[in-house]
Design a protein around this ligand. Sequence first.
Ligand code: ADP
Length: 486
Amino acid sequence: MAKLGTRKYSLWFPLVANLLLPIASEVFAHKIAQNPNIVGAYIIFFDVAFTIYFAFRDGMRAGFISTFGAVLYYFYIVFTRHYKGQQFFSAVETIFMLALVYAVIALIIGWLKERIDTLIQKEMDARRLAEEGKVRLQTILQQLPVGVLLVTADGGLEGNKQTEKILGRKIEKTLPMDKGYLSPYPYRLNNQLKQKEWPIIRALQKGEIVKAEEIEYRQSDKKRLYLRVNAAPIRNKNKKIIAAVSTLYDITQEKEAELRKDDFVNMASHELKTPLTSMKLYIELLAKQLGTYNDEKAIRTIQRIKRQTEKLQELVNDLLDVSRIHTGKLLFKQETFQISDLIEETVETLQATTQGHKIIFAEKQPFLVYADKFRIDQVLTNLITNAMKYSSENKDIIIRVGKEKEYAVVSVQDFGIGIAKEQQKKIFDRLYQVTGNTEKTFPGLGMGLYISREIIKRHKGAIWVESEKGKGSIFYFRLPRVRSGN
Ligand code: ADP
């Protein structure tokens, strides 16, 4: 039935057909049929057929039209054939019986037909909506300025235009796993990245959720891109991974600007370093010469100039370190030494620079570490000077050394302004300083803790803080201990 599911029912066709049927029946009865006894059977057969056909074609109402047409025709027969008495009554009775049968047929078949149409219609609507949704989603994906890549568990691959632009080639429909399709030339921190190390493959195979991972990617024409990649697995109802999706942002321009900035900072700090070194030498020379004149005021002034020059030098060195960290050029000269000895030296040096704070090395323990002495001194100095900077002069600063499994743990405690919980992670980020309406501003650029974290991280250690606002902070760092001699 061509009209199945359309619900466009016509009542004209059943009306006309049911008008023509009695005419055809009359012609048949009077002109064609030889045996008048079978005419009735033929008529009933056609009426049943019409009722079924129209109910199924145009629904219940069309079925009832057939029923109504047949009943009218039967009355026409009864009156035109002049039935009388008993014959008339039994004819009318038969008509009612047949009318009932036809009506039931029209009702059941018409109702079924309408149900089927409704169901088919619903199904088609749902399918159309899904189709439209798919097209809409695909259009959005195609137009997105980020690359979107989808890999299914059986290796099916889909990607938008931006992905093709980023990868520098057409997306194949299947992922040739063995050929390392995703990784002809991708790198991360200058190391080649195998296909199974790509975020999307890790999401697919291990269920990892990868957030903002930066990788370098070299297109086949050697053009180098920096990408920021996110990836996540897609699971079915049973939590089984069926696919993974990944977004790729091209951050090359951002990255290159950052590298140019780092280059500039690096160059500028190098340029500043040389004149500063000579300045300090001349100041020391001048101080020595002034010493012979016994001019207290001049000596104090020159000491202040010296201290300010040293501060400038520290700042320039920090700037240099930050750019070294960024360009991967922070190098270490490692040796084995007693961490407590180093702390003692650092405390002594720093104690000499302050009259107010008392720096107490409370718990000494003889732990050997294998590290860059100069750099660990830098971390210690940074933590202790911060402790002095962020606590008032009459407060003590307490340093302790302890052990935790295979690590030596150093802590620097102050009783100063403290750090709010939500700031505690951020203070180790580059150029991060706690500022707020109530915060007093302290001089500094927020580089110290960032450099310290990088130094400790590169020594396979960790650095963290415990603090309560208004009560003080304890900064900890740990370094792997050297077993022998402990
Ligand atoms: P700087 O001290 O030059 O601003 P740092 O990287 O050493 O930079 O420190 C980052 C921020 O962490 C500081 O600006 C300060 O807000 C906070 N901070 C560091 N040490 C302490 C401390 N001992 N007590 C309170 N706040 C601190």
